[in-house]
Design a protein around this ligand. Structure first.
Ligand SMILES: [Zn+2]
Ligand SMILES: [Zn+2]
Ligand SMILES: [Zn+2]
Length: 171
């Protein structure tokens, strides 16, 4: 049975036998000294919380206390959720959600209605009009992020007018 401990950096839950903290990417003592995957002569300072690559000071980026590799530094992360997709079309975001949910990925939608939507007493018009084009963001759990992107890429490539019919070509 794995003991639970707390990460010394973010105080998130970590199991005693894990090599890194899944919440912030800090390398834990159990991992020992590790080398950066991009720069084998450099000591890794942590792992990217999205893809778990070992990264050094030079090729990592810390955003809000979390470690990212150069490929994933632009990913928007809120708590333990990552933004996998966004669209100003509500139905498109809904479609993305149903695709992901059908693959067993849990999804949270974030949109203008659910965050910071302030109905000031009687003065709603300016705010609601300015928020109507805000994208709906589809967040997935960080461990599912790469899988989610792959599913969405498959969906998009099937959707993008490649007119190879999905029917089986039979002889
Ligand atoms: Zn941590
Ligand atoms: Zn990464
Ligand atoms: Zn590096």
């Amino acid at each position: 049975m794995a003991e639970l401990g707390a990460c010394s950096q973010c105080s998130g839950d970590v199991t005693a036998d894990s090599d890194f903290c899944p919440h912030c990417g800090l390398l834990l003592e159990a991992a020992g000294v590790q080398q950066c995957e991009m720069h084998p002569d450099k000591e890794a300072r942590g792992v990217c919380i999205i893809c778990h690559s070992l990264v050094c000071r030079r090729c990592s980026k810390r955003v809000m206390g979390r470690m990212f590799c150069s490929d994933h530094k632009e990913v928007e992360v809120v708590q333990d959720w990552a933004n996998a997709f966004e669209s100003t079309e509500t139905h498109e975001a809904d479609l993305a959600r149903s695709i992901l949910e059908s693959c067993g990925v849990s999804v949270q939608l974030q949109n203008a209605q659910s965050i910071g939507f302030i109905w000031g007493a009687g003065s709603e018009s300016a705010i609601s009009r300015s928020q109507i084009n805000k994208p709906v963001k589809v967040f997935v759990p960080i461990p599912d992020y790469l899988r989610a992107l792959q599913q969405l890429a498959e969906w998009k490539s099937g959707d993008d007018g490649s007119d190879r019919s999905s029917g089986t070509a039979s002889e």
